[in-house]
Design a binder for this molecule. Sequence first.
Ligand code: 13P
Length: 366
Amino acid sequence: MADKSTTLSIFTADVGGLVGHVSSHPEVVDNARERLSSAKGKGVISDYHVLRCGDDLELLLTHENGTDDREIHQLVWNTFVSCREIAQELKLYAWSRGLLEEFAGNLRGLGPGVAELEFTERSSEPVVIFFANKTSTGAWNLPLYRIFADPFNTAGLISDPAMLDGFTFTVHDIKENREISLKTPEEMHLLLALAGSTCRYIITSVSRNTGGETAAVISSQKYDIIGGKPGAKCEPALIVRCQSGFPAVGEVMEAFSLPHLVSGWMRGSHAGPLMPVPFYEANPTRFDGPPRVISAGFQITDGHLIGPHDMFDDPSFDEARKTANKVTDYMRRHGPFQPHRLSEAEMEYSSMPIVFDRIKNRFRKL
Ligand code: 13P
């Protein structure tokens, strides 16, 4: 394909869990496939794929409309709403929490996670997509740093002439609603100073210093609080383009060999290890966890999604899973104590403030 651009759009939403917050119902997943198949038949989209991670439904679309396109977002909204109707009939758990209000042209802010990337296909376009469950957007900070700025993870940063100049990270300050761009390797320390605060500073995209092409983008919706109660929440997703001036597929995967601690897990208010699993093991049951990440690899060819390859279905991740289970045991023994339970700042996004509120008048001044 000449210079025509392709847009890869991925969307995540929790339209109801089977059982509780563990998994999704096959009828819901099949319904999403039917809807998107019909849209592909009508030429609205070039291709699609449907996955699920825990109780989150994941829609992957390719099309030629660019990012934030009304028609594409409308299609996805209608698909999620029809999935929610099935979930409601089946009384799947928390079916009403994933989608907020009426659609008005764009999905952002309505609950679903949205990550979109428009690019001109290279002669070969390998892309790896990550979906997580029982965590939040800051979960990608550590792996993104390792993939794009750490030569101990990514050999190509020192051996691929196309990567020697490094990458620029865009970091969103979700507290002040502002963003900053930091260039590595020069500003690596500043980047780490921010990105280590995973509940406030979120790496939202990464681009090449040479040429400025975007290499990675995340879905960056956060927890909504409505009337003092937790509202719609979506799980984070991540798109990474690989090879030929971007990190190799194996360098991207290597960053997940450490099941690092992330925020989420039970009631969205505990720290736990992010366990990399194949698609069929993305069913977090122990204490509703531990948090999971799945990875789908595709070649994008003339706008078509060739794949997916189930990237964590590989015994080389067995040790990471074992470590995650050991860390799970260790963390669980802390019960309601920090740092297993999240800090007060992060608990703002849970129902804990309502609990604190009940006893606020019983404190005596010292
Ligand atoms: P989900 O956000 O994945 O539905 O999980 C919420 C929860 O409370 C788990 O204990």
